[in-house]
Design a protein around this ligand. Structure first.
Ligand code: NAI
Length: 343
């Protein structure tokens, strides 16, 4: 039996992980707490930990896990910016779920876009109060508008297909261009887009890529969508851009300081995060709490792939095709050849 400490458990996690775990001799210990330096000790006696986007897997946590015998960190998500893979290298193997449903995220981005530009969120609240006024609900056609997509990987490409369906002109920016996409320099994308959607990972170079200087270059009235990672946007700069009327709308599924706020019911609490409060109070900002991935299809895929990752690590001589490898340059492409195995 492989024992796995499962941090930051939510009610929606359990059914799929229990199902796949029980059928594959994996015992998940479901913990509500997030992983951090104080809670790493709870993994004592476990072979692996299973973590999510807001668990903190820094150097100190990795050392504590390593010293208590943990040899595998199984991320049940695609992004790994919360794991210090450099420090983990040589001690603990790190696996992730590279794709579980890129459709879920791309479709959520499209849902946010439509909600925002057609004021569906306002109309929904109004008609529930039997207010049938159309005042202030004027939107704009997406057809013929320009959307700029930053990051054209799995999710970005599906979002591009959806936007083509709306009859939008699509331009894109990526460090590694793919065939069949109209790429432009980032400056051009910022200057020409009516809608900008972020689909690149959070790295040292992409942190705050949407800052005051970037917003300055954008069209007046631009709609910004972020379903990727909160820190891609400097939220102070975003708020300034909204207050100055430069930004027409913001659709945020992620927020830089979301870790202690999102995924929880805070409705009975005073909100300490002034910036988030200000953003939410704006009539042209829509916030969802990191829910873009949350479809039944995605949850099943996440559980199945995570369990397969754990099994292949323990039953396949440590080999796992979804290993993140610091040494391999392209972190998601460990050579996975026994002879060339990195550690
Ligand atoms: P992917 O790895 O398939 O694509 C990422 C793309 O970004 C790649 O084409 C890459 O070349 C590009 N890129 C990297 N650095 C860049 C830079 N500096 N400038 C422009 N492009 C750059 O990843 P995928 O699956 O499309 O996911 C994208 C992001 O979506 C993830 O990194 C993750 O943060 C986020 N995500 C959010 C979810 C949510 O529930 N809100 C769920 C899943 C992923």
């Amino acid at each position: 039996m492989i024992r796995v400490a499962f941090y930051d458990t939510k009610a929606y996690d359990k059914p799929s992980f229990e199902y796949y775990g029980e059928n594959n001799a994996i015992q998940f210990h479901f913990l509500e707490t997030k992983l951090n330096e104080d809670t790493a000790a709870l993994a004592e006696g476990c072979d692996a930990v299973c973590v999510f986007v807001n668990d903190c897997v820094n150097a100190a946590v990795i050392d504590k896990l390593y010293n208590s015998g943990v040899r595998l960190i199984a991320l049940r998500c695609a992004g790994y910016n919360n794991v210090d893979v450099r420090v983990a290298f040589g001690k603990i193997h790190v696996v992730h779920v590279p794709a579980y449903s890129p459709y879920a995220v791309a479709e959520h981005a499209a849902a946010l876009l439509l909600t925002s530009v057609r004021r569906i969120h306002k109309a929904y609240n109004r008609t529930r109060e039997f207010n049938f006024s159309l005042s202030g609900l004027t939107g704009f056609d997406l057809h013929g508008k320009t959307v700029g997509v930053i990051g054209t990987g799995k999710i970005g490409r599906i979002f591009i297909d959806i936007c083509h369906g709306f009859g939008m002109r699509v331009i894109a920016y990526d460090l590694y261009p793919a065939d069949g996409i109209d790429y432009v320099p980032l400056e051009t994308l910022l200057a020409e887009s009516d809608v900008i959607s972020l689909h690149c990972p959070l790295t040292d170079t992409t942190k705050h890529m949407i800052d005051n200087a970037a917003i300055e270059k954008m069209k007046k009235g631009v709609v910004i969508i972020n379903t990727s990672r909160g820190a891609l946007i400097d939220a102070e700069a975003l708020l300034d851009g909204i207050k100055s009327r430069k930004i027409g709308a913001a659709c945020l599924d992620v927020y830089e300081e979301e870790a202690d706020i999102f995924f929880e019911d805070r409705s009975g609490h005073i909100m300490d995060d002034e910036l988030l409060s200000r953003l939410i109070s704006m009539p042209n900002v829509i916030v969802t709490s990191h829910q873009a991935f949350l479809t039944e299809d995605a949850l099943n895929n996440i559980a199945e792939t995570t369990v397969n990752n754990i099994l292949s690590y323990y039953n396949n001589d440590g080999m796992c095709e979804n290993e993140l490898c610091y040494r391999c340059g392209n972190i998601e492409r460990c050579k996975n050849d026994r002879k060339q195995r990195c550690f």
